[in-house]
Ligand binder design. Structure first.
Ligand code: GLU
Length: 350
Protein backbone atom coordinates (compact mmCIF):
# COMPACT_ATOMS: atom_id res chain seq x y z
CA UNK A 1 0.00 0.00 0.00
CA UNK A 2 2.78 2.34 1.05
CA UNK A 3 4.83 1.44 -2.07
CA UNK A 4 1.80 1.95 -4.31
CA UNK A 5 1.14 5.30 -2.67
CA UNK A 6 4.78 6.32 -3.20
CA UNK A 7 4.68 5.16 -6.83
CA UNK A 8 1.48 7.17 -7.47
CA UNK A 9 2.93 10.26 -5.77
CA UNK A 10 6.08 9.97 -7.88
CA UNK A 11 4.05 9.49 -11.08
CA UNK A 12 1.95 12.57 -10.22
CA UNK A 13 5.05 14.66 -9.44
CA UNK A 14 6.65 13.63 -12.76
CA UNK A 15 3.46 14.37 -14.67
CA UNK A 16 3.33 17.86 -13.15
CA UNK A 17 7.06 18.54 -13.47
CA UNK A 18 8.27 21.38 -15.64
CA UNK A 19 10.73 20.65 -18.48
CA UNK A 20 14.31 20.55 -17.12
CA UNK A 21 15.68 24.06 -16.73
CA UNK A 22 12.27 25.71 -17.17
CA UNK A 23 11.30 28.13 -14.46
CA UNK A 24 7.73 28.35 -13.20
CA UNK A 25 5.67 31.14 -14.72
CA UNK A 26 4.26 33.38 -11.99
CA UNK A 27 1.92 36.35 -12.37
CA UNK A 28 1.89 39.02 -9.67
CA UNK A 29 -1.36 40.94 -9.28
CA UNK A 30 -0.78 44.15 -7.35
CA UNK A 31 -3.63 45.73 -5.37
CA UNK A 32 -1.76 48.32 -3.22
CA UNK A 33 -1.28 48.30 0.55
CA UNK A 34 1.74 49.23 2.63
CA UNK A 35 3.99 47.07 0.47
CA UNK A 36 3.33 49.73 -2.18
CA UNK A 37 3.28 52.53 0.40
CA UNK A 38 5.65 55.46 0.76
CA UNK A 39 6.48 57.18 4.05
CA UNK A 40 7.36 60.84 4.49
CA UNK A 41 10.93 59.86 5.42
CA UNK A 42 12.51 56.42 5.81
CA UNK A 43 12.30 56.77 9.61
CA UNK A 44 8.71 58.00 9.69
CA UNK A 45 5.63 56.05 10.72
CA UNK A 46 3.36 58.41 8.74
CA UNK A 47 2.77 57.09 5.24
CA UNK A 48 0.25 56.55 2.47
CA UNK A 49 -0.58 53.02 1.29
CA UNK A 50 -0.85 52.11 -2.40
CA UNK A 51 1.57 54.63 -3.95
CA UNK A 52 4.15 52.72 -6.00
CA UNK A 53 3.35 50.44 -8.93
CA UNK A 54 4.09 46.78 -9.57
CA UNK A 55 7.29 47.39 -11.57
CA UNK A 56 8.86 49.39 -8.71
CA UNK A 57 8.06 46.51 -6.33
CA UNK A 58 9.64 43.97 -8.66
CA UNK A 59 12.71 46.16 -9.28
CA UNK A 60 13.38 46.15 -5.51
CA UNK A 61 13.80 42.35 -5.53
CA UNK A 62 15.72 41.30 -8.67
CA UNK A 63 16.54 37.95 -6.96
CA UNK A 64 12.94 36.92 -7.71
CA UNK A 65 14.02 36.27 -11.30
CA UNK A 66 16.18 33.37 -10.05
CA UNK A 67 13.03 31.68 -8.74
CA UNK A 68 10.58 32.14 -11.57
CA UNK A 69 9.65 33.93 -14.76
CA UNK A 70 7.64 36.71 -13.20
CA UNK A 71 5.45 39.40 -14.67
CA UNK A 72 2.88 41.65 -13.12
CA UNK A 73 -0.33 43.57 -13.50
CA UNK A 74 -1.90 46.30 -11.40
CA UNK A 75 -5.55 45.49 -10.58
CA UNK A 76 -6.12 48.46 -8.22
CA UNK A 77 -3.80 50.54 -6.04
CA UNK A 78 -5.62 51.01 -2.72
CA UNK A 79 -5.15 50.64 1.02
CA UNK A 80 -6.91 47.40 1.91
CA UNK A 81 -9.30 49.24 4.25
CA UNK A 82 -10.94 50.19 0.90
CA UNK A 83 -11.15 46.62 -0.40
CA UNK A 84 -14.67 45.78 -1.56
CA UNK A 85 -16.90 43.11 -3.08
CA UNK A 86 -16.45 44.46 -6.62
CA UNK A 87 -12.65 44.16 -6.45
CA UNK A 88 -12.93 40.69 -4.85
CA UNK A 89 -15.11 39.42 -7.70
CA UNK A 90 -12.80 40.99 -10.31
CA UNK A 91 -9.74 39.49 -8.59
CA UNK A 92 -11.21 35.97 -8.37
CA UNK A 93 -12.26 36.06 -12.04
CA UNK A 94 -8.82 37.33 -13.09
CA UNK A 95 -6.96 34.65 -11.09
CA UNK A 96 -9.15 31.94 -12.64
CA UNK A 97 -8.30 33.25 -16.13
CA UNK A 98 -4.57 33.43 -15.37
CA UNK A 99 -4.36 29.93 -13.92
CA UNK A 100 -6.85 28.13 -16.13
CA UNK A 101 -6.50 29.88 -19.52
CA UNK A 102 -3.18 31.72 -19.62
CA UNK A 103 -0.74 28.95 -18.66
CA UNK A 104 0.66 30.39 -15.42
CA UNK A 105 1.88 28.05 -12.65
CA UNK A 106 0.94 30.29 -9.74
CA UNK A 107 -0.27 33.74 -8.69
CA UNK A 108 0.97 36.18 -6.07
CA UNK A 109 -1.41 38.93 -4.94
CA UNK A 110 0.20 41.92 -3.21
CA UNK A 111 -2.28 43.35 -0.74
CA UNK A 112 -2.63 45.60 2.30
CA UNK A 113 -2.52 43.70 5.57
CA UNK A 114 -5.68 45.17 7.15
CA UNK A 115 -8.12 43.00 5.20
CA UNK A 116 -5.71 40.46 3.74
CA UNK A 117 -7.34 37.66 5.72
CA UNK A 118 -10.74 38.49 4.22
CA UNK A 119 -9.48 38.55 0.63
CA UNK A 120 -7.56 35.31 1.23
CA UNK A 121 -10.72 33.58 2.50
CA UNK A 122 -12.89 34.96 -0.33
CA UNK A 123 -10.38 33.68 -2.91
CA UNK A 124 -10.11 30.35 -1.06
CA UNK A 125 -13.82 29.85 -1.77
CA UNK A 126 -13.90 31.17 -5.34
CA UNK A 127 -10.60 30.31 -7.09
CA UNK A 128 -11.01 27.24 -9.31
CA UNK A 129 -7.48 25.87 -9.43
CA UNK A 130 -5.13 23.75 -7.33
CA UNK A 131 -2.19 25.93 -8.37
CA UNK A 132 -0.71 28.11 -5.61
CA UNK A 133 -2.32 31.48 -4.93
CA UNK A 134 -0.28 33.44 -2.38
CA UNK A 135 -1.09 36.79 -0.77
CA UNK A 136 1.77 38.96 0.44
CA UNK A 137 2.04 42.41 1.95
CA UNK A 138 4.18 44.29 4.37
CA UNK A 139 3.87 46.21 7.61
CA UNK A 140 6.51 48.79 6.70
CA UNK A 141 6.26 51.05 3.65
CA UNK A 142 8.51 50.44 0.65
CA UNK A 143 11.04 53.19 1.57
CA UNK A 144 11.22 52.44 5.33
CA UNK A 145 14.37 51.32 7.15
CA UNK A 146 14.24 47.48 7.12
CA UNK A 147 11.20 47.40 4.85
CA UNK A 148 9.69 43.90 5.08
CA UNK A 149 8.00 44.00 1.66
CA UNK A 150 10.93 42.75 -0.50
CA UNK A 151 11.50 39.59 1.60
CA UNK A 152 7.77 38.91 1.79
CA UNK A 153 7.45 39.28 -1.99
CA UNK A 154 10.47 37.03 -2.60
CA UNK A 155 9.05 34.38 -0.26
CA UNK A 156 5.61 34.64 -1.85
CA UNK A 157 7.06 34.01 -5.32
CA UNK A 158 8.98 31.04 -3.86
CA UNK A 159 5.70 29.68 -2.45
CA UNK A 160 3.78 30.30 -5.68
CA UNK A 161 6.52 28.42 -7.58
CA UNK A 162 6.53 25.44 -5.23
CA UNK A 163 4.69 22.14 -5.88
CA UNK A 164 4.45 21.87 -2.06
CA UNK A 165 1.89 24.71 -2.09
CA UNK A 166 -0.38 23.09 -4.70
CA UNK A 167 -3.75 21.97 -3.42
CA UNK A 168 -3.33 23.88 -0.15
CA UNK A 169 -5.93 26.54 -0.94
CA UNK A 170 -5.06 30.22 -0.85
CA UNK A 171 -2.18 31.08 1.51
CA UNK A 172 -0.80 34.27 3.04
CA UNK A 173 2.97 34.65 3.10
CA UNK A 174 4.26 37.07 5.73
CA UNK A 175 7.33 37.17 7.96
CA UNK A 176 8.73 33.87 6.52
CA UNK A 177 5.48 32.07 7.41
CA UNK A 178 2.71 30.53 5.34
CA UNK A 179 -0.79 30.88 6.76
CA UNK A 180 -4.02 29.15 5.79
CA UNK A 181 -6.79 31.41 4.42
CA UNK A 182 -9.43 30.09 6.82
CA UNK A 183 -7.48 30.49 10.04
CA UNK A 184 -5.14 33.44 9.37
CA UNK A 185 -5.76 36.55 11.46
CA UNK A 186 -4.04 39.92 11.77
CA UNK A 187 -3.29 40.24 15.48
CA UNK A 188 -1.13 43.33 15.91
CA UNK A 189 -1.75 46.84 14.59
CA UNK A 190 1.86 47.77 13.80
CA UNK A 191 4.33 44.88 14.33
CA UNK A 192 5.86 42.95 11.41
CA UNK A 193 5.03 39.73 13.28
CA UNK A 194 1.30 40.37 13.11
CA UNK A 195 -0.24 37.34 11.36
CA UNK A 196 -1.15 34.19 13.24
CA UNK A 197 -2.78 30.96 12.19
CA UNK A 198 -5.18 30.67 15.13
CA UNK A 199 -5.11 27.58 17.36
CA UNK A 200 -3.77 25.38 14.56
CA UNK A 201 -0.74 27.62 14.03
CA UNK A 202 1.07 28.27 10.75
CA UNK A 203 0.57 25.90 7.82
CA UNK A 204 4.17 26.13 6.61
CA UNK A 205 7.20 28.34 6.28
CA UNK A 206 9.74 29.56 3.74
CA UNK A 207 13.43 29.01 4.27
CA UNK A 208 16.14 29.86 1.74
CA UNK A 209 13.57 30.32 -1.01
CA UNK A 210 11.87 26.96 -0.40
CA UNK A 211 8.40 26.26 0.93
CA UNK A 212 8.04 23.67 3.70
CA UNK A 213 4.53 22.58 4.61
CA UNK A 214 3.66 21.47 8.16
CA UNK A 215 -0.04 20.66 7.76
CA UNK A 216 -2.90 20.67 5.24
CA UNK A 217 -6.17 22.62 5.52
CA UNK A 218 -9.07 20.54 6.85
CA UNK A 219 -11.87 22.50 5.18
CA UNK A 220 -13.19 22.52 1.59
CA UNK A 221 -11.63 25.13 -0.70
CA UNK A 222 -10.83 26.12 -4.32
CA UNK A 223 -11.56 23.21 -6.69
CA UNK A 224 -13.81 21.55 -4.09
CA UNK A 225 -15.80 24.71 -3.38
CA UNK A 226 -19.40 24.97 -4.63
CA UNK A 227 -19.15 28.74 -4.90
CA UNK A 228 -18.77 30.22 -8.37
CA UNK A 229 -18.44 33.92 -9.13
CA UNK A 230 -17.95 33.52 -12.88
CA UNK A 231 -21.46 34.81 -13.62
CA UNK A 232 -21.82 37.11 -10.61
CA UNK A 233 -21.31 40.87 -10.61
CA UNK A 234 -22.55 41.65 -7.08
CA UNK A 235 -22.80 39.85 -3.75
CA UNK A 236 -25.68 39.76 -1.25
CA UNK A 237 -25.44 42.54 1.35
CA UNK A 238 -24.18 41.31 4.72
CA UNK A 239 -23.18 43.53 7.66
CA UNK A 240 -21.54 42.93 11.03
CA UNK A 241 -22.90 44.11 14.37
CA UNK A 242 -20.52 44.30 17.33
CA UNK A 243 -21.57 42.97 20.74
CA UNK A 244 -20.77 44.61 24.09
CA UNK A 245 -22.34 45.17 27.52
CA UNK A 246 -25.53 47.27 27.36
CA UNK A 247 -25.37 47.16 23.53
CA UNK A 248 -27.64 49.40 21.49
CA UNK A 249 -30.07 47.64 19.11
CA UNK A 250 -29.82 50.59 16.70
CA UNK A 251 -27.03 49.24 14.40
CA UNK A 252 -28.90 45.96 13.81
CA UNK A 253 -32.20 47.80 13.28
CA UNK A 254 -30.47 50.07 10.78
CA UNK A 255 -29.06 47.13 8.76
CA UNK A 256 -32.50 45.49 8.64
CA UNK A 257 -34.13 48.77 7.58
CA UNK A 258 -31.48 49.24 4.89
CA UNK A 259 -32.46 45.90 3.32
CA UNK A 260 -29.41 43.83 4.21
CA UNK A 261 -29.72 40.14 3.31
CA UNK A 262 -27.75 38.90 6.29
CA UNK A 263 -26.20 40.07 9.56
CA UNK A 264 -23.26 38.59 11.43
CA UNK A 265 -23.13 39.18 15.16
CA UNK A 266 -19.63 39.68 16.60
CA UNK A 267 -21.13 38.54 19.88
CA UNK A 268 -19.73 38.33 23.39
CA UNK A 269 -18.31 34.98 24.54
CA UNK A 270 -19.80 32.06 22.61
CA UNK A 271 -21.65 34.42 20.26
CA UNK A 272 -24.11 35.83 22.79
CA UNK A 273 -26.38 38.85 22.22
CA UNK A 274 -27.28 41.65 24.59
CA UNK A 275 -31.03 41.13 25.28
CA UNK A 276 -32.25 44.20 23.33
CA UNK A 277 -30.21 43.13 20.31
CA UNK A 278 -31.46 39.54 20.61
CA UNK A 279 -35.07 40.71 20.20
CA UNK A 280 -34.20 42.59 17.00
CA UNK A 281 -32.26 39.54 15.71
CA UNK A 282 -35.26 37.23 16.24
CA UNK A 283 -37.54 39.60 14.30
CA UNK A 284 -34.91 40.06 11.57
CA UNK A 285 -34.58 36.30 11.10
CA UNK A 286 -38.38 35.94 10.94
CA UNK A 287 -38.47 38.60 8.21
CA UNK A 288 -35.90 36.72 6.10
CA UNK A 289 -32.63 38.39 7.14
CA UNK A 290 -30.24 35.53 7.95
CA UNK A 291 -28.50 35.96 11.32
CA UNK A 292 -25.13 34.31 11.91
CA UNK A 293 -23.70 34.27 15.41
CA UNK A 294 -19.94 34.71 15.70
CA UNK A 295 -17.76 36.07 18.49
CA UNK A 296 -15.60 39.04 19.28
CA UNK A 297 -13.28 36.62 21.18
CA UNK A 298 -10.06 36.17 19.20
CA UNK A 299 -9.99 32.38 19.67
CA UNK A 300 -12.44 29.51 20.12
CA UNK A 301 -15.51 28.38 18.16
CA UNK A 302 -19.03 29.82 18.26
CA UNK A 303 -21.03 26.64 18.93
CA UNK A 304 -24.46 25.67 17.60
CA UNK A 305 -27.26 25.54 20.19
CA UNK A 306 -25.02 26.34 23.13
CA UNK A 307 -26.38 29.28 25.17
CA UNK A 308 -28.64 30.36 22.28
CA UNK A 309 -31.30 28.01 20.85
CA UNK A 310 -30.26 28.35 17.21
CA UNK A 311 -32.59 25.56 16.03
CA UNK A 312 -35.58 27.40 17.50
CA UNK A 313 -34.70 30.79 16.01
CA UNK A 314 -33.02 29.50 12.80
CA UNK A 315 -29.79 31.32 13.60
CA UNK A 316 -26.57 29.94 12.15
CA UNK A 317 -23.48 29.46 14.35
CA UNK A 318 -20.23 30.55 12.68
CA UNK A 319 -18.26 27.68 14.30
CA UNK A 320 -14.56 28.38 13.61
CA UNK A 321 -15.05 31.54 11.56
CA UNK A 322 -14.44 34.99 13.00
CA UNK A 323 -17.04 37.67 12.17
CA UNK A 324 -15.26 39.09 9.12
CA UNK A 325 -14.82 35.65 7.56
CA UNK A 326 -18.34 34.55 8.58
CA UNK A 327 -19.56 37.59 6.62
CA UNK A 328 -17.77 36.34 3.49
CA UNK A 329 -19.14 32.80 3.78
CA UNK A 330 -22.65 34.13 4.44
CA UNK A 331 -22.51 36.37 1.35
CA UNK A 332 -21.46 33.43 -0.82
CA UNK A 333 -23.89 31.04 0.91
CA UNK A 334 -26.78 33.43 0.14
CA UNK A 335 -25.93 33.16 -3.58
CA UNK A 336 -26.90 29.46 -3.24
CA UNK A 337 -29.65 29.15 -0.64
CA UNK A 338 -31.77 30.92 1.98
CA UNK A 339 -32.39 27.75 4.02
CA UNK A 340 -30.72 28.20 7.43
CA UNK A 341 -29.91 24.52 7.82
CA UNK A 342 -28.21 24.40 4.42
CA UNK A 343 -26.28 27.53 5.35
CA UNK A 344 -25.27 25.92 8.66
CA UNK A 345 -24.01 22.90 6.69
CA UNK A 346 -21.87 25.20 4.53
CA UNK A 347 -20.38 26.66 7.73
CA UNK A 348 -19.46 23.10 8.80
CA UNK A 349 -17.76 22.34 5.48
CA UNK A 350 -15.95 25.58 4.63
N1 GLU B 1 -4.14 50.18 5.88
C1 GLU B 1 -3.28 49.82 4.80
C2 GLU B 1 -3.73 48.58 4.08
O1 GLU B 1 -4.26 47.66 4.66
C3 GLU B 1 -1.91 49.64 5.25
C4 GLU B 1 -1.71 48.44 6.12
C5 GLU B 1 -0.81 47.45 5.49
O2 GLU B 1 -0.81 47.22 4.31
O3 GLU B 1 -0.02 46.91 6.26
O4 GLU B 1 -3.54 48.53 2.90
Amino acid sequence: MRTLKHFMALALALAMALPIGAKPKIRIIATGGTIAGVSVTSASTAYTAGQVGIQTLLDAVPQILNLADVDGEQLVNIGSQDMNDEVWIKLAKRINEILNDEGYDGVVVTHGTDTMEETAYFLNLTVKSEKPVILAGSMRPSNAISADGPANLYNAVAAASSPACRGMGVLCCMNNQLLDAKTVIKTHTIDCDTFEGGPSGIIGYIYNGEAHMLQTPNNKHTVNSVFDVSKISRLPKVGIVYGYANASPIPMQALVAAGFDGIVLAGVGDGNFYKDVFDVAVKAQESGVQIVRSSRCPTGPTCLNSEVEDSKYHFVASLDLNPQKARILLMLALTKTHDWQEIQQLFKEY
